[in-house]
Design a protein around this ligand. Structure first.
Ligand SMILES: *Cc1c(COP(=O)(O)O)cnc(C)c1O
Length: 379
């Protein structure tokens, strides 16, 4: 019988300590091996700790194979540049992680790779964006920072019908909440820096998919050379053991917080796929099988000062990144979307008073009390 996700978090991958019989994976820090007996070298993605954690992540996504990189963005860049060649065209979802947009806007043109940002939930717009040379369709769901939901089944059908390769950035869901390969998506990318690691203390990325596609990415990836060390691989494997308990608690806390915020006078809007009033709640319900995630985005009323609100929080910390065990909050207009054209930003709904909360594993009563005190004391 196939094991459940929480069991896979603990037991998949890993290396048996056959020498000393310890019960956890040992660290093998060698970067060089006896060439008569082994072709291992960290840049070839084939050292013991890298393989151990790749196996764990592949199992969690239901993938044949997975490959690790030194950061989430390295996973995004290596996937795309391994598949694409000059003259190819890429369809990208309109709302994506800022770093991905910067990669595409600053690097693709240099290599004569064409692209369009498309409202991928709009069938007509999607069909219209298709070109002879379209090779990849790239999506993210839920997306940053407004937690928009893209219909994964629809995208995978469109992709298959037109012989494209579909990629999803699944960082915000984690493998606990959503497994896009099951819905026919070809490659799943994670910034392992976020939920997979979960403690705000390491940088890594992963790509999961078929042996064929992952081999292709490894083949080019070893030339690009953005690999992960054995130490970080080991730490990541250790971290993933608690992924399921962390994410399930974060789902639960986030749902309670979203419900609290929706009913608060000082809050204008709440974006959370678990809320019935979320535009794509029904689709989220179908494809986010584990839960709706730990990210809650909300907009304070215009008479509120969002900086003062954040400063007054006692438990929730202002940070740029997300997905740690500790709750953190960020202002997209002051961080990830700072450089975006103001009009475009406002049009998308990314306003000055918008805040993106990454809900941690603290007690939900304490988090709600923290939010409540700051909301009430700040009018
Ligand atoms: C953080 C993040 C990335 C980039 O990951 P790094 O590990 O910072 O390189 C990509 N996608 C999403 C959705 C992210 O949140």
């Amino acid at each position: 019988m196939s094991k459940k996700l929480s069991t896979k978090c603990v037991h998949s991958g890993g290396i048996k300590d056959e020498k000393f019989f310890g019960n956890i994976t040992p660290i093998y820090p060698s970067i060089t091996y006896n060439y008569l007996k082994s072709d291992s070298y960290p840049r070839y993605f084939n050292t013991p700790n890298q393989l151990a954690v790749s196996k764990k992540i592949a199992d969690l996504e239901g993938a044949e194979d997975a490959v690790l990189f030194g950061s989430g963005l390295a996973a995004v860049a290596n996937s795309m540049f391994s598949i694409l060649k000059s003259g190819d065209h890429v369809i990208l979802q309109k709302s994506l992680y800022g770093g991905t947009i910067n990669l595409v806007d600053n690097e693709f043109k240099k290599f004569n790779i064409n692209y369009d940002y498309v409202d991928v939930n709009n069938d007509q717009a999607l069909q219209k964006s298709l070109k002879n040379k379209t090779k990849i369709i790239y999506i993210e769901s839920p997306s940053n920072p407004l937690l928009t939901i893209t219909d994964l089944k629809k995208i995978s059908e469109f992709s298959k019908k037109n012989n494209l390769i579909s990629l999803i950035d699944n960082t915000f869901s984690s493998p606990i909440n959503q497994n896009p390969l099951n819905m026919g998506i070809d490659l799943v990318i994670h910034s392992a820096t976020k939920y997979l690691a979960g403690h705000s203390d390491l940088l890594a990325g992963a790509v999961c998919g078929s042996t064929k596609l992952i081999s292709k990415i490894k083949k080019s990836g070893l030339n690009f050379g953005s690999n992960i060390s054995e130490y970080i691989s080991w730490l990541l494997e250790r971290s993933i053991k608690t992924l399921s308990v962390r994410v399930l608690k974060q789902n639960e806390n986030a749902m309670k917080i979203a419900d609290f915020l929706v009913n608060h006078r000082a809050v204008n809007k709440v974006y959370y796929p678990g809320l019935k009033n979320h535009e794509k709640h029904e689709i989220a319900l179908q494809q986010m099988t584990g839960g709706f995630g730990g990210m809650v985005t909300f907009e304070l009323n215009s008479n509120m000062n969002s900086d003062r609100f954040v400063e007054n929080l006692q438990i929730i910390q202002p940070t740029m990144s997300l997905a740690g065990v500790e709750s953190t909050i960020t202002s997209p207009t002051q961080t990830s979307h700072k450089k975006m054209d103001i009009n475009l930003r406002e049009e998308l709904g990314i306003t000055k008073n918008l805040l993106r909360l990454s809900v941690g594993i603290e007690d939900s009563d304490d988090l709600i009390h923290d939010l409540s005190e700051s909301l009430n004391g700040n009018k």
